[in-house]
Design a protein around this ligand. Structure first.
Ligand code: TRP
Ligand code: SF4
Length: 364
């Protein structure tokens, strides 16, 4: 791990939903891979967050978490450059979540846009649960326990980072670092510019909207996704069935790449030269859609091939994968544990000096 003290800390997570698709890559993962060289990065698999909606059947939880991690490694996240771990392996997140739940007004949570949206959109599951309402409180704990400065997220998550800032502010208002209290001895003299939690910034991932094969936003739940693990023939087959400019019915009809989902993929993945050929050929009916789609497939295969090769290496040695996770979780617990010591101190929860660290030591 490189010098972490001078670098800003980045934290982000993904729910453990199983294998990832191209939309996940373009919308998040690709950006994470770029960030790991520049920042002190922590990336984790939010398996507890997955439970907020998928609590009834947990049979795939473990496998789904591993699939996500394999895709991260395949995409180029490097355990030498960033810390990767699983949320539930760092139980300190749960303790901080509990403490945050004490100071979070219900109204803040009911006002989070994703709360109402998801409750309306996710059918067939009872989401009138304590855990689902508290989803962003847990996310705040995820972020603040590492004192992250930067949180790269998609647009839908910005409100959660905003809530995190509000929770940090409220915590800092109520509780002061222990050292600040002892220095002066008097509460009134406490310096306010040394709070326990910094306020994190959301970093919006500049992601183009990636259409799936049916033209809607690529999403696992729409069954329109190209998976990072799809082998070449599957990619080509999926492309063949992809919808095109609806005005281009016959080969002789002129089309418009600007209103065609395949054109959108070209814009994201194809070279300038290919893009020029598509623009010219489509508008003049000089090329057919089948040919045009095969060029997108070529570009995708070029991106996916090296990923799939890397993935295979890790799939063949699962013990290495667990090793990466265990090391990552151990590193995460170090930091999370130190933050929790500060939190307990500042909240007056370190009765008789017996904090968790001391309790652990006494069992040695
Ligand atoms: N809620 C995020 C999502 O659905 C996942 C997540 C959980 C997360 N905890 C986080 C993202 C902390 C950033 C920081 O995508
Ligand atoms: Fe779409 Fe390409 Fe067909 Fe034009 S030629 S309509 S861009 S698939």
């Amino acid at each position: 791990m490189t010098n972490s003290s001078t670098k800003k800390r980045v934290l982000s997570g993904m729910r453990s939903t199983g294998k990832l698709h191209l939309g996940n890559y373009v919308g998040a993962l690709q950006n994470w891979v770029r960030m790991q060289d520049e920042y002190d990065c922590f990336f984790f698999i939010a398996d507890w967050h997955a439970l907020t909606t998928d609590y009834a059947d947990t049979s795939r939880l473990k496998e789904n978490s591993i699939e996500v991690l394999l895709d991260w490694l395949a995409a180029g996240l490097d355990p030498e450059k960033c810390v990767m771990f699983i949320q539930s392996h760092v139980p300190e997140h749960a303790e901080l979540h509990l403490l945050f739940s004490m100071i979070t007004p219900l109204g803040w949570l009911e006002r989070v846009p994703t709360y109402k949206e998801q409750k309306e959109n996710i059918k067939g599951k009872d989401l009138d649960t304590y855990g689902f309402l508290g989803y962003p409180v847990l996310q705040s704990a995820d972020i603040l326990i590492y004192k992250a400065n930067v949180v790269p997220v998609g647009e839908d998550q910005v409100a959660h980072v905003e809530l995190t800032r509000e929770i940090a502010r409220r915590f800092n208002l109520f509780y002061r670092p222990f050292s600040a209290k002892t220095k002066s001895g008097k509460v009134s003299e406490i310096v306010v510019d040394n709070p326990v939690f910094p306020e994190p910034q959301a970093l919006l991932t500049p992601a183009p909207r990636l259409p799936g094969t049916d033209g809607r936003k690529m999403s696992k739940s729409y069954d329109n996704a190209i998976m990072l693990t799809d082998p070449e023939p599957v990619v080509r087959q999926k492309l063949k069935t992809m919808v095109t400019d609806p005005a281009r019915i016959r080969r002789t009809d002129r089309g418009n790449p600007d209103v065609c989902p395949v054109g959108d993929l070209h814009k994201i993945f194809s070279s300038r030269e290919t893009m020029a050929k598509v623009n010219e050929g489509c508008r003049s009916a000089g090329i057919g859609c089948i040919e045009c789609k095969s060029w997108v497939a070529d570009a995708l295969v070029q991106i996916l091939n090296p990923m799939q090769e890397r993935r295979k290496k890790y799939e063949d040695s699962r013990s290495d994968v667990w090793d990466i996770l265990n090391k990552g979780s151990a590193r995460a617990r170090e930091i999370a544990g130190a933050t929790m010591d500060e939190v307990r101190d500042s909240m007056g929860l370190n009765y008789g000096g017996l904090n968790h660290g001391a309790a652990k030591d006494s069992t040695k």
